[in-house]
Write a protein of this length. Sequence first.
Length: 283
Amino acid sequence: MNENLKEHVTHGTTEYPFTVYHMQKFPHTFSVPLHWHNEIEIVYVQKGHLHLSIDQTSYEGRTGDIFFINSQEIHEMSVDDLETIYGTILFPISSLLFLNMDIVNEEFLMPLSEHKMKLNHIIPSQDIYPAVVHCIEHIVKLYYTKGTAFQLGIRMELLHLLYQLYQSNGIIQVTKERTNRNLHREILGYIGEHYTNEITLDELATHFHMSPKYFSRYFHNTFRITLSDYINRLRLDKARELLENTDLSITEIALQSGYCSCSYFNKRFKAAYHKSPSAYRKK
């Protein structure tokens, strides 16, 4: 499996691989490009509107919505409403396993760890919604207050959350192997490795043994975005990172982000962020 698309961010610590992110006060439209990680991710929208794509399925998150992203599922998120507030909880299912191989491990936790079971992306029944919300709110409170034995409390709440999902068919058996997932990761991984260079449709099609026309259509149908728009999104994200964290000139940033023309880079950047790269850096 090509791991270039894998998110290489440490969530939590080695001793405690769990973390919560709180996202708000966006200065401009915001997106997290297609990526995957080994942790399960819970996304909860507190206010506004959040666009999500999980395993090729698109969702529109509104205030109060909750989404579940399984380990190794390719996903992305974006925000157009700058007043949006959302949070995410990330944890590896392995952190919930018990030392002894009892029935809880064998029938409920290991199947999730081995990708034989998976979480539904949305809550299947509103009957358990209050209980799920309570678990999430308690987890977030424990994480930020960090009182005595908060790690134990979080683990208990996560197990209780899984129990609620099992009760309502929110965790289901994987009945068909998604054989295309490896190919999808390889395509995005290859692009992620080469997008700062001059990468062409012909090069990609040849690498993956397809005709250019078929590859272009396959990419769009699979990821719901054109190839050129996806590469441009990666380049702009790279450029924004360089503008925020380096003193490189605008020309050098354009080149390092994969743009051969500085004027074209300025045009695409302004279209995406509604200000020029130099104005963005000053703000």
